[in-house]
Ligand binder design. Structure first.
Ligand code: ADP
Ligand code: ZN
Ligand code: ZN
Length: 735
């Protein structure tokens, strides 16, 4: 047998892949790209993915170790998957092994067999061709059922009125037998009919459906409630009709039972779900349902974008502007950008939907790179909400509310409607301070103040999770006069109790709604339609339908207006629009009141008067002037260390290396701009000092060549043992 090594990708931070000797007795043909293997790496046992085999290696023979096991006979990942993973590793300058971890559910990463997703309790046809002479119509009917559907679960049969005794009889006749099987999602008992589309919806549907079967990116820009989901559903119908699968990606918080139900009720095909609320086994089941083609629709959050789908025909990304599509640690990928690459490689369309598209996407639509489809009206009978800015500058407030806002609330409640109060700050108050000496409760590990919580009473750092008891007197001057300043959702809930003593008040934030179940129960309660006031954070803002909310009050729109981040205004505007979109979804038109200290803020006024699109166009002009994304490409090198000087020096070194490289290989027509290093806005977090180096370039390729060289050099850099660093390509924020 000739000598060969197996090249494998391992989940370690190093960029390279690794050569191993085969498992004893295996021949070269036993190894195919995409199989899993077990390998001894340093002192760890790891699961790796075979990239290929080779007959030569640079590793000295006595250093080569044999693989411990080959876990798959057939590749788990296809050549197609491996190509996509390679693209991602290159684009994010990240370890291929780490990237491949995202393709595989946890159980498989730990070495489980695919069959561990199977469950007992199934019956299947034993011998389809056999002539039978069955007694009784019930048995014949049961037998015919198996002829139509070769696998049936026990519980499905009892659900249809068959008894286990009847099954046993068929089993004795050796017609059917017990089996284990991958469970499949249940089909609805009846399927809801599609709605007749309005003309804008019809145009959008026609244009994108003309692209089925080839790559095309499209933006569906539709105001909240304009019927984007209905367009998705009818498009998916066509994809199913063509015998293909559809992948639907939604933000973490948008995957509500309502959304899922809407999809499940419409299609007579299995719909699989993948989200963070599932356990490992359920994830493996969903993954297999999709990969083996049983599920024809897969709905999932960010990481579902990696799921293998043999008959992929369409990708939909709803609320494409949502920040949860970008992973913020480890492999900092954007599921939106990757969905585009994936659709391109599969030769299928990708539809990005939003009422408030991000500027990158909008830019691509405006320049014609993406199809630009628009829904400008609310679907059905709903009318758009009326938005009002209310200046609270020099105005007396009652418990945080302006008088006209309170009277609007009374009006809506007396009409039997619901009111939503939005405040994106949980806890009781953002600050606890001493009136005597000016002391403020601050986090010892962060450059941040501690938030006062009342239920139960404690001080909490929202950045590092540090918690401590509330002092009774000032720790500095021992005066008892310490005071909660400002308001969070807990305090507003308390105030509302005083202001509206006979109205039910429901607080919705991460402290009241800790589990998915609690979330679902709360929404069921809201959907009874009883008058109430909802007070909450952005948990309330996204993707939900509250048909009985007719008034939305935004208590404090100002936090994002003066952000140090260049995307601050964009994100604020998106959030305001999302919250406002909750009002008046049914036939009652809604009102939106925004309390602000800056009632003449030009961008806020543009948003209120002319809408998000108009504001987006003006923000795009500013980005063009400043050569910021989408008019340039950006990456950010971040370092952090308990040793402040080291964190800074590391990036100085990185900058120096990059400049050296640029002098030699840089392109004049694609100059790189290096900004920094400077401290992050919150310089110290969780005991570590954080620095950043921002890198801009008008050309994507030139940027990536420089990044590639930089990362390779930084991997080998010595003397920074206390520094942690990472590269963030297309960072979502610079905070
Ligand atoms: P979006 O996804 O844009 O927020 P939805 O698809 O959820 O909007 O639609 C908002 C509401 O309008 C839903 O209650 C939906 O059933 C209804 N709707 C959508 N399209 C139509 C239509 N063509 N005719 C009547 N009602 C519609
Ligand atoms: Zn004091
Ligand atoms: Zn902290």
């Amino acid at each position: 047998m000739s000598f060969f090594v197996v090249d494998i990708a391992l989940p370690v931070p190093l960029l390279r892949t690794f050569d191993y000797l085969p498992v004893d007795g295996d021949s070269q043909e036993n190894y195919q790209p995409g199989q899993r293997v077990r390998a001894d790496f340093g002192r760890q046992l790891l699961t790796g993915i075979v990239i290929g085999t080779r007959n030569t290696t640079d590793v000295p023979r006595d250093k080569l170790k044999p693989l411990l096991a080959r876990l798959d006979d057939q590749p788990l990942l296809s050549a197609h998957d491996l190509r996509l993973a390679r693209w991602m590793a290159d684009y994010y300058h990240h370890s291929l092994g780490d990237v491949l971890e995202h393709w595989i559910p946890t159980m498989l990463r730990r070495g489980a067999a695919l069959s561990e997703a199977d469950e007992p309790g199934w019956l299947r046809l034993a011998d389809p061709g056999r002539p039978v002479d069955l007694k009784g119509s019930k048995q014949t009917a049961l037998w015919q059922l198996f002829a139509q559907q070769p696998y049936i679960a026990h519980k499905q049969l009892t659900g249809r009125g068959y008894s286990l005794a009847q099954c046993r009889r068929l089993a004795e006749l050796e017609l059917i037998q017990e089996d284990t099987r991958l469970p499949l999602p249940e089909l609805p008992s009846s399927v809801r009919a599609p709605l007749p589309l309005n003309s804008e919806q019809q145009t959008a549907l026609d244009k994108i459906s003309a692209c089925l079967g080839r790559f095309q990116a499209a933006l569906l820009e539709g105001v909240t409630g304009s019927g984007k989901t209905e367009v998705y559903l009818q498009l998916i119908d066509q994809v199913i009709e063509r015998g293909q699968q559809a992948l639907v990606l939604v933000p973490e918080i948008g995957l509500t039972p309502q959304t899922v139900r809407r999809f499940q009720e419409r299609f007579n095909v299995p719909v699989a779900l993948l989200h963070s609320g599932l356990n490992d086994r359920e994830r493996l089941q969903g993954w297999r349902q999709a990969r083996e083609g049983h599920a024809r629709i897969l709905i999932g959050t960010r990481s579902a974008v990696f799921t293998p789908l043999p008959d992929l025909g369409l990708i939909i990304l709803d609320e494409e502007h949502d920040g949860s599509f970008k992973q913020q640690d480890g492999l900092r990928y954007s599921a939106r950008d990757f969905a585009l690459v994936r659709a391109h490689q599969a030769g299928v369309p990708v539809l990005l939907g939003s009422a408030t598209p991000c500027l990158e996407t909008l830019h691509n639509a405006l320049t014609g790179k993406y199809l630009h489809l628009k829904l400008t009206r609310r679907a059905g009978k709903a009318r758009p909400p009326g938005m009002k800015l209310h200046s609270i500058l020099h105005q007396p407030l009652t418990h945080g509310f302006a008088e006209p806002v309170l009277s609007a609330m009374h009006q809506h409640l007396s009409r039997g409607k619901q009111v939503l109060v939005f405040l994106n700050r949980r806890g009781f108050a953002p600050l606890l301070a001493c009136k005597q000496c000016g002391w403020m409760a601050e986090c010892r590990r962060c450059d941040a103040r501690l938030t006062l919580h009342q239920y139960p009473p404690h001080l909490h750092c929202h950045h590092c999770d540090h918690q401590q008891p509330v002092p009774r007197s000032c720790p500095e001057c021992h005066s008892p006069g310490i005071e909660a300043i400002g308001q969070g959702t807990e305090r507003i809930e308390e105030h509302l109790g005083t202001l509206f003593p006979s109205t039910k008040i429901k607080r919705v934030d991460r402290d009241t709604v800790r589990t998915k179940q609690a979330f679902d129960e709360l929404f069921d309660e809201i959907h009874t339609g009883d008058p109430c006031i909802l007070v909450g954070t952005q948990m309330l803002a996204k993707g939900h339908h509250f048909p009985d909310v007719t008034l939305v009050v935004i208590l404090d729109s100002d936090a994002g207006l003066f952000s140090a981040d260049f995307r601050g205004m964009e994100h604020s505007a998106q959030l305001i629009k999302q919250v406002a979109g909750r009002a008046g979804r049914a036939e009652d038109p809604g009102d939106v009141w925004i309390q602000t200290l800056y009632a003449d803020h030009p961008q806020l006024n543009l948003l209120i008067d002319d809408g998000y699109h108009a504001l987006a166009l003006s923000m795009l002009r500013e980005r063009l002037d400043q050569q910021l994304p989408p008019y340039s490409y950006m990456a950010m090198l971040r370092s952090e260390s308990e040793d402040k000087a080291q964190a800074q020096r590391f990036l100085e070194q990185a900058r120096h290396l990059m400049q050296q490289w640029l002098r030699q290989y840089g392109k004049k027509d694609a100059p790189l701009t290096l900004l920094g290093p400077f401290p992050a806005i919150m310089e110290r977090r969780n005991g570590r000092f954080r620095y950043q180096l921002q890198i801009f370039c008008p050309h994507r390729q030139a940027l990536h060549q420089a990044l590639d060289a930089a990362v390779k050099q930084l991997e080998g850099i010595k003397g920074f043992s206390k520094v942690r660093w990472h590269l963030d390509v297309d960072p979502l924020d610079t905070l």
